[in-house]
Design a protein around this ligand. Structure first.
Ligand code: KG4
Ligand code: ZN
Length: 353
């Protein structure tokens, strides 16, 4: 079976063709993947503007799907589309397009959870993970830990109570005048800084979340306190140096802020990931989502995994940020289990996994 994947949940319009291999260990093969990024449109505004995002998806989707089909040199037997979570107007473009195309070609359509897609990006690239696995999905919109007890099954172990890690990167970058998106800029600049120059606080939650009383608080994340500490630090330094509000700090200081901020984020992510892995008796761990592109996160997680004798899987850079290959792979998983959506499929901005 060949599946056409479509992704429009945020600021990337993407389409891809993924086929079944028949091999149990490496079940999927990527034929083509096309991503049209809207980053230049949103950069001017310092973040994603939902209305502009939805409008741009409408402009790009036909061309993106046509190119994925041309590059893949094959037809398809089903369509998988991200139906949530994400920006509702953006999701609706992909879902409506997928349904119309599926209807006209008489093929089934399946709605896919965006985070199931990020988790399946690991399988697409590395084959089935040793199970049970614990996967950290860390992006601009999410910071969540899942236990994967069996292929295609995901149990939530913890998640952020406020900002996602990528969101914290983007907000801190904006504060430092580093532009959008902030993650790659902070990652690069942090390499030149001293990561112990400023001791920003680490938030450790102990109480359970009212909305999820069954989950122990200690496996949840919170990054808004860290963001506020960085804001306070930068404001105080500006005043001490006699700089006007909004003025950039000297570049050597910016590097120290980036390195110190990044150390706290990465240590928090790696500590929680390996705590959860121990709790869940994991035979492997994975990291997926845009922030998994982070140099330090990859290196620190690999080092911790080596010390604990747990294999660590991360996607290549192309599959770490939003793409449709992961959506096609997650769709294949569900289609093979005999599932499909009906024509009432719609966008669900707050979809649960
Ligand atoms: O998965 P993704 O493309 O979109 C969402 O579903 O959110 O993730 C985008 C996020 C942004 O917040 C971006 O700043 C962050 O991933 N990011 C990084 C790096 N590359 C992208 N964060 C830290 N270090 C990076 N190298
Ligand atoms: Zn994503």
């Amino acid at each position: 079976m060949v599946v056409l994947g479509i992704e429009t949940s945020c600021d990337e319009t993407a389409a891809a063709l993924v086929e079944e291999t028949g091999d149990v260990e490496r079940p999927w093969h990527l034929r083509s993947s096309v991503v049209a990024s809207q980053v230049e449109i949103h950069r001017v505004w310092g973040g994603v503007v939902p209305e502009l995002s939805a409008r741009q998806h409408i402009r790009d989707i036909c061309g993106v799907v046509e190119r994925a089909l041309a590059d893949g040199a094959t037809g398809y037997d089903a369509i998988a589309v991200t139906s949530g979570p994400g920006l509702v107007g953006s999701l609706l473009v992909g879902v409506s397009f997928a349904k119309a195309l599926a209807w006209s070609r008489s093929v089934p359509v399946i709605g896919v959870h965006h985070l199931a897609g990020h988790i399946e990006s690991l399988v697409l690239e590395h084959g089935e993970l040793p199970l049970p696995a614990v996967v950290l999905v860390v992006s601009g919109g999410h910071t969540s830990l899942y236990r994967v007890p069996a292929p295609g099954s995901y149990e939530l172990l913890g998640r952020t109570r406020d900002d996602a890690a990528g969101e914290a990167y983007d907000k801190v970058a904006k504060l430092l005048g580093l532009g959008y998106p902030g993650g790659p800029a902070i990652d690069r600049i942090a390499a030149a800084g001293n990561d112990r120059a400023i001791l920003f606080p680490k938030t450790r939650l102990t109480h359970a979340d009212r909305n999820a009383p069954h989950l122990p608080g200690r496996r949840d994340f919170s990054f808004s306190g860290l963001k506020t500490s960085v804001l306070r630090y930068v404001t105080t330094r500006r005043e001490a140096l006699g700089l006007p509000a909004e003025a950039p700090l000297p570049s050597s200081e910016v590097a120290d802020v980036c390195a110190s901020f990044q150390r706290v984020v990465v240590e928090t992510l790696v500590d929680r990931l390996f705590d959860a892995a121990r709790y869940a008796g994991a035979r492997s761990v994975g990291i997926a989502g845009g922030v998994s592109a982070n140099t330090r996160l990859r290196a620190d997680a690999r080092a911790r995994g080596a010390a604990r004798d747990v294999p660590v899987f991360v996607p290549s850079l192309a599959l770490s940020t939003d793409n449709a290959a992961m959506i096609a792979a997650a769709g294949l998983r569900r289609l093979r289990a005999g599932q499909r959506s009906d024509w009432a499929l719609s966008a669900d901005a707050a979809m649960k996994l």
